[in-house]
Design a protein around this ligand. Structure first.
Ligand code: NAD
Length: 487
């Protein structure tokens, strides 16, 4: 059976490594009709600020599968990352990055049997890219975590663990500090874990995960985490098992899957035919499993491992580590060696926790299952945080706001970057002219309505500039906001 796949060669070293991957896939006997499509630097240069032309998006919508080279992101301009745009366009909510010891690739952890998978939420969190300059000198970003997004990725992680016969899923969050956002992720994890009684659920704070990963990486099996944390620890994980040249990844959604190396476009090596194509070739192995081509996937993985294990051909990055750059193989020469080795099996078979090594199950694509019906929870408006800009002493600003609060509201407190500065002043707080001013119903424990809130904003605006407003709600008995430090 022939498959249709969108091929995005990408920027920098992208065309070289995608050619290598394509040649290896074809040599393994998989029939693929490639739809070549563009994205990235050239597209930005033509003035398309998304970096992803419609023809490319249409192609992925048709094929449902893409193999892509790295895409350059213009830094510091208004343009969004084309990589992030692609992930979002197709709601590829699960970013899967295996970290597994590879035969013949020297690491500091040789023999420890590292074999774990980072399951990173790929859509939400700070990567929603919702940012504002609240004042000339104060930038804020919204960290968006949803119950639905958390359920999808956490279920994915448990299903992946079940399918691969793995025993433990570690949920890594910063829930100790970010109680509502990261806390929601942790709560969904704890709610879902009992559905998988054969799998040990574990929660660790993300900084401890970083620490443990360096000290004893073999303890991990599956790690599920939010977007930014996942981005960072999955790169850390790549470093444990040989570096970016070897790190593969897949972005899975319900409608499409996009496979790519973890590394970027390495512009200084572009066109030089020296870069290591292993990461994209191993990403192609993930793609072939997704397409149901398990035998070909295994043949390619084995051939890559034989090539690395025997060390007949090594690319510049590996040769440099061995202090022997003279004998480095080119990107195309390395692909030739892999093709040559198709049909051979590596000597080293690391003990693996993953049944994937033998039975090669397809990547799971469980659908989101609706959680508890939460619509019945009563919602009450009890106040609002109004963000203001003022450069006076907080006591002066506070007294002004006290004057305008009534009759429906009272000013409960003002905080500067999360710490209360009014009515109780905090010594040593550096103020930046950006205040969170918390107004609550004048009557103790009372509620307010939108009309009263609009009148309050009008009164505040006459005295102090305000930038945005956040309603304070109760969901049942649960406070939909955090308290200020020192409150
Ligand atoms: P990079 O991954 O391109 O390069 C970092 C370093 O890693 C390079 O100096 C290179 O020595 C090494 N390296 C990377 N891939 C290698 C390989 N296959 N073999 C051997 N060595 C390799 O990261 P960067 O320099 O931060 O980013 C360059 C561009 O790539 C930026 O525009 C960035 O936005 C983009 N980027 C794209 C993706 C993606 O498409 N998914 C990911 C990361 C970065």
């Amino acid at each position: 059976m022939s498959h249709r796949v969108t091929l995005i060669p990408g920027d920098g070293v992208g065309p070289e490594i995608s050619l290598a991957a394509r040649r290896v896939i074809e040599a393994a006997g998989v029939a693929i009709e490639w739809e070549e499509a563009e994205a990235g630097a050239e597209v930005f240069k033509r003035g398309d600020t998304s970096g992803v032309p419609k023809a490319t998006a249409d192609s992925i919508a048709r094929t449902g599968v893409a193999l892509k080279g790295p895409l350059e992101t213009p830094v510091g301009f208004g343009e969004k990352s084309a990589n992030v745009t692609l992930r979002k366009l197709f709601e590829t909510y699960a970013n899967i990055r295996p970290a597994r010891q590879i035969p013949g690739v020297p690491t500091r952890y040789d023999g420890e049997g590292i074999d774990f998978i980072v399951v990173r939420e790929n859509i939400e969190d700070l990567y929603a890219g919702v940012e504002y300059l609240d004042t000339r000198d104060v930038a804020v970003a919204l960290k968006i975590i949803t119950r639905r997004g958390s359920e999808k990725i956490i279920r994915y992680a448990f299903e992946l663990a079940r399918q691969e016969g793995r025993r433990k899923v570690t949920c890594a969050t910063k829930a100790n500090i970010l109680k509502l956002t990261e806390g929601m992720f942790k709560r969904v994890f704890e709610e879902m874990a009992p559905e998988y009684p054969e799998i040990e659920p574990q929660h660790l704070i993300i900084d401890n995960v970083a620490h443990q990963m360096v000290k004893d990486p073999a303890q991990f099996d599956v790690i599920v985490t939010t977007n930014l944390a996942g981005d960072i620890i999955s790169d850390l994980a790549s470093g444990l098992v040989g570096g970016l040249g070897f790190a593969a990844s897949g972005n899975y959604g319900d409608e499409a899957a996009i496979f790519e190396a973890v590394h970027g476009s390495a512009p200084k090596y572009a066109g030089k035919n020296v870069i290591n194509p292993t990461a994209l070739i191993l990403s192609s192995v993930m793609m072939l499993r997704h397409l149901g081509e398990h035998a070909a996937a295994q043949r390619i993985q084995d051939a890559v491992f034989v090539t690395l294990e025997e060390g007949q051909a090594v690319t510049l990055d590996v040769a440099r580590q061995a202090g022997d750059v003279e004998h480095a193989t080119s990107t195309s020469g390395f692909a030739d060696a892999i093709i040559e080795n198709l049909g051979r099996a590596p000597q080293t078979r690391y003990a693996t926790k993953s049944a994937a090594a033998t039975s090669e199950p397809p990547a799971p694509r469980p659908r989101w299952t609706v959680g508890a019906d939460r619509a019945a929870i009563e919602t009450r408006l009890i106040g609002a945080d109004v963000y203001t800009e003022a450069y006076d002493d907080p006591a002066v600003v506070g007294r002004t706001l006290d004057e305008v609060a009534g009759p429906d509201f009272r000013l409960l407190l003002m905080s500067a970057r999360g710490t209360m500065v009014y009515p109780t002043p905090s010594a040593g707080v550096d103020t930046v002219g950006w205040w969170r001013c918390r107004f609550v119903a004048a009557e103790e424990g009372g509620t307010v309505d939108d009309a009263a809130l609009l009148r309050l904003l009008e009164r505040i605006g006459a005295r102090v500039p305000w930038m945005h407003v956040q309603k304070l709600r109760l969901y049942g008995d649960e406070e939909g906001f955090t308290r200020a430090q020192g409150q």
